[in-house]
Design a protein around this ligand. Structure first.
Ligand code: ATP
Ligand code: MG
Length: 283
């Protein structure tokens, strides 16, 4: 596996006293104890992981476990307090503003839970927006946008505005926009969580189908174990800012390292999973 994204000993502290918070964490103190004594939230506690090129890597954990904080390190919406975040052999924490801008425009794109669409632009212009930022011609923008709009099943809606779309349609626009910019890495933070179950299943299937052709590196956050197992090549389970386990869906199911992990996966719908991924989940 060629690593695309690597985290080395990443700590992220929000609050006034990060040095003391990290010292306490290294000393084995709990997140709540650290908060009490330092008034600081240690959102990530010594995260080291590798995400392979072309895989779908899922981050799962309860609310507040640090999922969004972690994924936001990969495009530097958040900077680590200490530690390294390496993408394609470059430590992105050392990039200057110009390098960072180029990196964000070309290498990485993000799909947000609440869509993040531009309300005064049409579907076509929303989907083409990344290409506009890349300095591509208007013709290139519109052609690529039309292509991806059709791929996500929204043909005919090119000239509609976001307010005229349902939640599921908006999410498709967000996905099409991320795909149109043709970046190698796709960050998806609870991208499907706002959708109702039927649409969500459809979107999951669509993502699997697209990924089979595109081979992007996808980092996908969810708190839904079924979704994690269905989409992930590897899954990392977070608790209070620490990694509990990283493994394939089968590893996580068969060799859960502790009760927290076991609780997550105990109600997974194995029948659907075996049907969808017969190779990775043996009967
Ligand atoms: N900008 C910030 N300032 C202060 N604290 C923050 C900030 N962002 C996150 N935190 C804290 O860091 C911890 C982790 O938050 P994070 O948003 O990463 O959790 P999450 O796993 O994504 O949760 P959810 O499932 O609810 O989205 C929380 O305790 C949160 O309060
Ligand atoms: Mg979150």
């Amino acid at each position: 596996m060629t690593p695309k994204i690597v985290c080395r000993n990443v700590y992220k502290c929000f609050g006034p006293n990060s040095a003391e918070a990290i010292r306490m964490a290294r000393d084995g103190q709990s997140q709540s104890e650290i908060l009490k004594q330092t008034k600081s939230v240690l959102a990530l506690n010594d995260i080291s992981l590798e995400i392979g090129a072309g895989e779908t890597f899922v981050i799962m954990g309860l609310s507040g476990s640090g999922k969004s904080t972690l994924i936001r390190h990969f495009n530097r919406l958040v900077d680590p307090t200490t530690g390294q975040v390496i993408v394609d052999d470059t430590d992105i924490t050392t990039m200057d503003r110009k390098e960072l801008r180029t990196f964000r425009r070309h290498k990485i794109s993000m799909v947000f839970q609440n869509f993040g669409l531009l309300p005064h632009r049409t579907v076509l212009k929303n989907v083409g927006y990344g290409l506009l930022m890349q300095g591509r011609t208007r013709k290139e923008q519109d052609e690529a946008a039309a292509h991806w709009i059709s791929r996500v099943g929204l043909s005919g809606y090119e000239h509609h505005y976001p307010a005229q779309l349902s939640g599921g349609m908006k999410q498709r626009v967000g996905l099409a926009r991320a795909l149109a910019s043709d970046s190698e890495i796709l960050l998806m933070d609870e991208a499907f969580s706002a959708l109702d179950p039927l649409i969500r299943t459809e979107m999951q299937e669509q993502l699997i189908e697209l990924q089979a052709q595109l081979n992007k590196t996808i980092v996908f956050i969810t708190h839904d174990p079924d979704e994690a197992m269905l989409l992930g090549n590897h899954i990392a389970i977070l608790r209070d800012g620490t990694v509990q386990q990283i493994g394939t869906p089968n590893d996580i199911l068969e060799n859960s390292v502790n009760d927290y992990v076991r609780k997550f996966v105990q109600n997974v719908n194995l029948n659907r999973l075996r049907e969808a991924r017969p190779a990775s989940i043996p009967a």
